[in-house]
Every structure is written in structure tokens, then in C-alpha cells.
Design a binder for this molecule. Sequence first.
Ligand SMILES: *[C@@H]1O[C@H](CO)[C@@H](O)[C@H](O)[C@H]1NC(C)=O
Ligand SMILES: *[C@@H]1O[C@H](CO)[C@@H](O)[C@H](O)[C@H]1NC(C)=O
Length: 452
Amino acid sequence: MGRECLPFIFLMLLPVALVWANPPTLNTTSDLINIEFGHRFPRHGLHLLYFIAHELVVDDDDVIIPNFVPGRGDWGFFSYSDSKRVFPPLLDQNQQGYYSVGNLNLQISYSLPHFVTQSYRLALGSAERNRDRVVVRTSPNREYLEAVYITQCYPLNDPRSNQYDPQNTWQISPALLREIRNLSANRKDSLSVFLYTASYDVSSINFNNYCYYTGPDINIDQVEETSGQQPPIDYPAVNKRVTLSNSYNHVECFEILLEVKATDNGYARIRWSNIPDRLLDKGVQVNVCKDGSCLTLPIDMRSYGTYDSGESLNKGLSPRLQFIQTKSEMMCGPTYDDTDRKLPVDIKGFDASLQLYTKDGYACARLIIKNTFIDWKNKFGNSWVGFYSDHNKYNYNYDTHQWVTKFQPEREAEEHDMYVSCSNMAIRPEAQARFFLHKEYVSIAMTIPWER
Ligand SMILES: *[C@@H]1O[C@H](CO)[C@@H](O)[C@H](O)[C@H]1NC(C)=O
Ligand SMILES: *[C@@H]1O[C@H](CO)[C@@H](O)[C@H](O)[C@H]1NC(C)=O
């Protein structure tokens, strides 16, 4: 959509723009009940909203302060131009921006947590599984969010399927964000509580291979027990059988876990569990695929286990469950994210951050420099990054290191420049990178240890 068309279109659409420029605001979780957004499997919107609400803080003056940086691409946020004017016009095009998150077809979304991508991975081939988005508007100083919206793409069979539907776009008030965070504070099953309160349609999950309708002959006591205030879904629990129910339906699901993790020497370890006997008897296998080629694991009819492959850890490894006979795939595990789904950590006192990631099984570091931090090469002239195979090691006990001046340019994200360096240390659980300003062993940034 060329920007040069805008003045003309703007005149033509002015009445429409006035109507739609301000999406209605939802103020409480009960306002969420009667909207379409994310309410039926495999839509992921309510899960995504829950996640984003927990990644920000709403202060007493209703200021929304995110823990993430949309302009850095955290959680897969990308700049959204809003050429169709679904959202209010920006007052300052250069200083503000709209950012969208939740397009699960994109590689940048691999870092979203498993519970957000779960229905997408279970409902292979469904046209409904990638429609929901959360959109935020950043403030001129980028320190807070001026607004949070939920929206959805038109259905795939609509010619406008790559556009957001203004009639299903809503602003989420700071009070509602606070309520979502608060609703379930300190509860392990807080996502279930939220989904239940927002009236997520549990019975819509009843169409895949590892959930089955347990029929009307279900014990009445049991139905009553689970249909009261009790949250219906125990989620994102793994490794067990859960019963989903509302007053009319009773569904049992096996929460099959398929996961890629790191071995101690930079290779992919595949973990699977909770594959039901019913499927093992039919004949299923676990594949790990990347760019169209797959490796098949010998799971030997075991419902759980691990397998250390000879495959170097890389972004995009995707574990899948497949019927042996028909070769049809029934679900995917989370696609491996080369950052271990960890956001960059701030380098204290500077507009820069540090991230550990892996390439071909080696530990690499990414420096993300805000593009207003122009003299970083001077400030970081004596700086270095240490790579540690174990985060319990002392600062001086690094496995290997690299000078910041030797980092190579990787790419430019909107307001950030990225520089990278790969070490000869294999990535492994507990691995960590640390940033040192000078030659002294005082680190001013430490990444979160790589997960086991
Ligand atoms: C939310 O609050 C605003 C401002 O008080 C009001 O205009 C709007 O109608 C409310 N939304 C709903 C869904 O009640
Ligand atoms: C948060 O929850 C507590 C107890 O559940 C309640 O008393 C409080 O009013 C809630 N606060 C907000 C802002 O919703």
C-alpha cells in the first residue's frame, strides 16, 4: 500500500475513519465474554492477551509500563503501519508507533511461550489458528504504552484475510489489564481462571486426536464438581491427563509433550511424554524437522522418553508426532527458538542489551545497541563478553571471551542495531553470557541461564 495514495484515500474514507478511529474500550473481564476474539479452539487470542498482560505493569496512574521492548522485536513484536486505519492516527509519526504481536506463522514468534502457541501447534492446517493479535501503541519516549488493543484478521476465505477487522478490534483499558493480572495472582492455574472468567469455549477443544468426548454417561457428581467455580482447564500443566468440562460437555485430553532441549554439547535432545497407549497402538513416531527434512526417532512404543540426536541446535527445529502408516502429522511441539525464549538483558547504565543464542550448537552473543547510543564503540572500547558453560562459575572463570569491538554487524531492527559473535563453546544447559565494561571482572549484564 503506497504511502503516496494516502491523501486521496484519506479524503474518501474520512467518514469511515471517524467511525473506526477509536475502537471501543473493554473495561472488565465480563466485557470480554461476548466478543469473538480468541474464544474458541484453536484461536489463541485470550492466551496471548493473558501473556501480554502479565508482561507489563499498570501503575496507580494507569500508566502501562511494559517489561518488553516492542521496537526491539521482543516476543515477535513488529512495526505495524496501520494503512487501513484500524487504530487512531498517530499524533507523532516519528516518535510513536504501532506494534503487533501474535502472528504465529512468523519465525520471530518462536519465542512466545508454549501455552500461547499450543492451539496453533495442535490444530495443524486449521484456518482459524492464526487470526488473533495484540497491538500496542508506544509513547514518544518509548517508556510506556499509550494503548493496548486486541484485534483479529478477517477469516482466511475472505479476500481481506491479511487485514485486521475493525469491527472486532477493541482497546483494553488499564483497569482490565490490571484485572487480568490480579484475577489470578499467586495461583498456579491462573490462565485457567482467566479463560474461565472470559468464557473461553472449552467444548471447542473437542476435535483433535488426543482429546475425546467421554460421553453423557459421565458420573454426575464429577460433572458438578468441575462445573462450579472450579477452573475447567488445568493449563499449562504437562505430563498428565486432564478433564475439561462445562455443564454440557466432558472431554478428556492427553497433554502430549514434545520438546527440543540442549544436550551438554550443543546437540538437540528430544523429549516426549504422555503419548497415550491408544496412539502407540495405532503406530506413531516422533520426527524432528527443519527446512523440510526430518529425522525419525526410535521411540519404541514408549509413552515418554528422551533421545539425544546428532543434530546441532539451531533455530527452527520442530518436533512432530506422526502416524507411521499414513504419514499424517497430528501435532507439533514448540519450534526451537535459538534464544531459548529469553529476552535480551539490559546492560546497566547504557542503552544496550545482551542476549545469548545458539547457532549450529555453539554459544553466541548478540549485542543490541539503541541507535541513539552513537558513541558506543568508544564507551565499549575495552568491553568484552565472557561465555560461561555454567552460570555458577566465577567471573574470572570464563570458558572463552570476545572483545565487543570484534562483534560483527548482524541486522538493523527499527531503533536498534544488532552485533553478534559466536564462540567455540558448545551451548548447554546452565550456559550464560556476561558483559564486562573494563578489564576488571565486574559484570554489568548477565543472561538468564540456558534451560535444562
Ligand atoms: C468502558 O469505559 C469507557 C469510559 O468510562 C466507556 O466509554 C465504555 O463504554 C466502557 N466500555 C464498556 C464495554 O462498557
Ligand atoms: C485485586 O484482587 C484483590 C483480591 O482478589 C481485590 O481485593 C482487589 O480489589 C483487586 N484489585 C484490582 C485492582 O482489581
